[in-house]
Unconditional design. Structure first.
Length: 231
């Protein structure tokens, strides 16, 4: 079953001009970042390692500008983003499966930078609220180095399972992140706060947490606490 799809149109690698456009999109984001956000992050993580390191900071800034709804001057990062797809080739990236098993199906016919730019510009097709939720996931994807699979999903979303039920069910995501069994029923405020404080302490750099990821982890722990307390 198709869960998410991103179609990127672009000039062929042998063509001197560099253009990017978007085609068919299936990018669900509810609850955030949704399966659409996971697919965009997968495309960024898969193709960014083959993009010139000097362009990475500008890509990070572009994510933030698109998330804010800023007007983007073209061309950007050696490519022109446009609506017209005439004369362009298509790359199709999909997320397929169900709650028990999912697979990323990434097929590029163009330059790695074209794929990353397509994923970033796909943010513009989302609401401003969704952009603000998906943008941090794309930033985490930029730091990922490894296979695009369950461990990748766990890293960018906080869901430590082999499926994506936590992405489509915010309560499962929150329970998993705070260390409760996923089949936990009602949880008390006392238990939520106990788990939250324990995970918060572990994430803090003063207690061995990673300086580079502590901010993201603490933010996600706070969101998990909010979901379980119904705030």
């Amino acid at each position: 079953m198709l869960l998410a799809e991103l179609q990127i149109w672009h000039t062929r690698p042998v063509t001197p001009t560099r253009r990017v456009a978007l085609g068919h999109l299936v990018l669900p984001t509810d609850p955030a970042p949704g399966l659409g956000g996971v697919l965009l992050a997968a495309v960024v993580a898969a193709y960014l390692p083959d993009v010139d390191d000097e362009l990475h900071p500008d890509l990070g800034r572009l994510i933030d500008q698109v998330a804010r709804g800023d007007r983007i001057t073209q061309p950007r990062l050696q490519h022109r983003y446009q609506v017209d797809r005439h004369g362009l080739a298509a790359s199709v990236h999909q997320l397929n499966g169900d709650a028990d098993h999912v697979e990323f199906d990434l097929h590029s016919m163009g330059r790695p930078l074209s794929q990353v730019l397509g994923a970033v510009y796909a943010l513009e097709r989302m609401s401003l609220e969704s952009r603000r939720s998906v943008a941090p996931v794309l930033h985490r994807a930029m730091r990922w180095r490894g296979p695009i699979g369950p461990s990748f999903v766990a890293d960018i979303t906080g869901v430590s399972r082999n499926d994506l039920v936590g992405v489509t069910d915010p309560r499962v995501w929150a329970l998993t992140l705070l260390g409760f069994p996923v089949d936990t029923g009602t949880v008390s405020k006392k238990d939520v706060m106990k788990h939250f404080r324990s995970r918060l302490r572990d994430a803090h750099p003063d207690h061995g947490g990673d300086d580079d990821t502590a901010g993201d982890t603490i933010e996600r722990l706070g969101e998990a606490r909010r979901i379980l307390l119904g705030q």
